[in-house]
Structures are given as C-alpha cells and as structure tokens.
Design a protein around this ligand. Structure first.
Ligand SMILES: [Cu+2]
Length: 351
C-alpha cells in the first residue's frame, strides 16, 4: 500500500523535530550505550552537570543517563501524579444503572521523554500515557472521543463489548477523522486491569506515538484497601528507525529514579501494571529485595504467582500486590538490562 499520509507524516515529524530544541539522532543499534548517554548528556545542555543527579541525590549515579530531569510543567503532566491519578468519570444514574462518562481528546503535542529529548507525540488529553479510566464491573461506560489531532485515530478498548464499540478502522464506525468525534459506550467487563489504545493503521506508529492508557475495571465487591499505583510501560522511537531509544514508565525516562515512589512500610501496595511497548517483543518488571503476589490481567481474585519478576508481552498487563517489610530504597526496573539503562528504572522509597 503506497501510504502517502504515512510518508508525509514521517517527513513532517522529522522536520518538526529538527526545529525543536533538540533533535537527537540516537541510534538503537551500533552505538555503544555510553554514546547514547553522552548524547543524552549533551542534549541536557549547559547547566546540567553530566553524570550528576540533581538535588544532591544520595543514591549516586546508577546510570550515566541521568542528566538533569524533565520538568513536569514543560509536558503538562507529571509521572508522580500519574501514579495515583485515577479518572472515575462523571457519574450519573440511568434507571438502575450507574453510568460513567469520560471525554478524551486526541491532540498532537511535543513532549520531553528524557532530559532534553523532545518527541512529537500523539496524546490522549495531552499526556502519555492517557488518563487511567476506571469503572466497576457492570457499570455503563460512555467515552466521548474528540479527535483534535491532525491524523485519524480511534479508541480501542480491551474488554468485552459489541463490534461497533471496538474502535478498529475495519468495522463501523471506523476511523474518527480530525475534527470529528465518536461516543464509545459499553458495559465495563470483565473486572481486571485492561488498556485502551488507538487502532488506526499503521498500528505500530499510532501506538508508539503515545496513544494509549490504562483501563481498570473493579470487581463488584471491590478490592482490599491499598495504596494503589498505575504504571504504564512503554518506549519512544526518537529517530524513527522502528526501535526504541528511550524506555519509560508513565511517560518519562528515569522519572522514579530521580524522584522515588514513596510508600509506607507494611502497607499493602497494589500496582496496576500495563505493557504497551512497541517494537520490542517483551518487557518486564523486577522488584529488588521484595516479593509480590501477581494476578495476570487482574481477572481472578487469587494470585497466580509469588515472585519478584514478571515478563509481559505487548498488551499484557497484571496486578502486583506487595507489602514492604523493610524501610529503605528498593530498586525496580525492567530486567531487560538495556531497557533499564535507557530509562526504565526507578526506586521505591519505603518509610
Ligand atoms: Cu491513532
């Protein structure tokens, strides 16, 4: 298929990147990681001490890529806030049923995915990942999707619903063109941790550009009280070679390395983990010095595993439950070491 829109958009993106403060020709293959880190360091520019963590961090430089940090005000979203930001929608009743209404707007937006590394993203509501949408099983979910982007998009939800609500271009209503909108409506089922993403072709590009988010369906009876966190794992192909140069949790490389996730000792911590990484077959989550219960897709109430590492293919997700018996700082990262070096690494700070 001679997809001229794709070529045009690629050219536009590259042109846009060249006009931005930083256009990084990062190479995934063939460039030693130190080279990548040097480029990250250069990209951070003067005022960012190479190899030094900001704020007098006592953890030391576990990786040489941490130079400066991304100011959440530049992006308009903050990975620290995304962690515990659950959007339960506008609630109303229709007959005996609870309805949750959401509005999602697709927009083109340049974001900073690592210190000094700009990326021409496509976003849901101006952030990557998009909002974490949350409902209870059996409720009616109504999402008004407005396409404010310059490209056609959809919202495809994982879950059980009619074909018309599946958000794929091949079935009606098909793509939502720029300036148009569509309202997706379906029952929230089954309970678990799911996701949504754009399903427009070329699919890998529409996902990799940033159009994805978590979708949580709570069981009717609820879950035990916990400190709940959402972590969406993804990456960015900053030089359009269909391989990632930057790996992230909740949109920004090293976000939880530079500012750890604060949790309380002995308290139940529940992590809704989603893998929507493109171009790499597998991603993983490894927690140091602790073990967690793992519920694949969150669709059963009994854990399948008691472990410290889970491997997730693209679109896979699950719930992790952990209580930290010791205070201190505990690392977590992709056990694919390359991903950890390139941004997918952080700490829990247990107090
Ligand atoms: Cu799209």
């Amino acid at each position: 298929m001679s997809s001229s829109p794709k070529k045009l958009s690629r050219r536009a993106l590259i042109g846009g990147a060249a006009g931005a403060t930083v256009a990084l020709p990062l190479l995934h293959e063939g460039v030693p990681h130190q080279g990548v880190h040097d480029q990250l360091a250069q990209a951070a520019g003067p005022g960012h001490g190479s190899g030094h963590l900001p704020g007098g961090s006592h953890r030391g430089s576990a990786h040489s890529g941490a130079v400066g940090r991304v100011d959440p005000r530049v992006n308009g979203f903050d990975p620290q806030e995304i962690l515990r930001d659950f959007d339960s929608g506008r609630v109303s009743r229709e007959g005996t049923r609870t309805v949750r209404e959401f509005e999602i707007v697709a927009e083109d937006k340049e974001i900073e995915v690592a210190p000094g590394v700009k990326y021409a993203a496509w976003t849901y509501n101006g952030r990557v990942p998009g909002p974490t949408l949350r409902a209870r099983e059996g409720e009616l979910v109504r999402i008004t999707f407005v396409n404010g982007s310059s490209h056609p998009h959809t919202m495809h939800f994982h879950g059980i619903h009619p074909a018309r609500m599946d958000g794929v271009p091949q079935t009606r209503p098909g793509n939502v063109e720029p300036g148009r909108s569509f309202t997706y409506e379906f029952e929230a089922e089954p309970f678990g941790v799911h996701l949504y993403h754009c399903h427009t072709s070329p699919l890998a590009d529409h996902i990799a550009k940033g159009l994805y988010g978590a979708f949580i369906v709570d069981p009717a009876q609820g879950r035990a009280d916990a400190d709940e966190l959402v972590m969406v794992m993804s990456g960015f192909d900053t030089n359009f070679d269909r391989a990632n140069e930057v790996y992230v949790v909740n949109g920004v490389a090293f976000a939880y390395h530079d500012e750890p996730v604060r949790v309380k000792r002995g308290e139940l911590v529940r992590i809704y983990l989603v893998n929507i990484l493109e171009f790499d077959l597998l991603n993983s989550f490894h927690l140091h010095a602790n073990f967690f219960d793992y519920y694949p897709t969150g669709t059963k109430l009994e854990p399948r595993d008691f472990t410290d590492t889970v491997i997730l293919g693209q679109g896979e997700r699950g719930i992790l439950e952990v209580r930290f018996p010791f205070a201190g700082e505990f690392m977590f990262h992709a056990h694919v070491s390359e991903f950890a070096d390139l941004g997918w690494m952080g700490f829990f700070e247990v107090t």
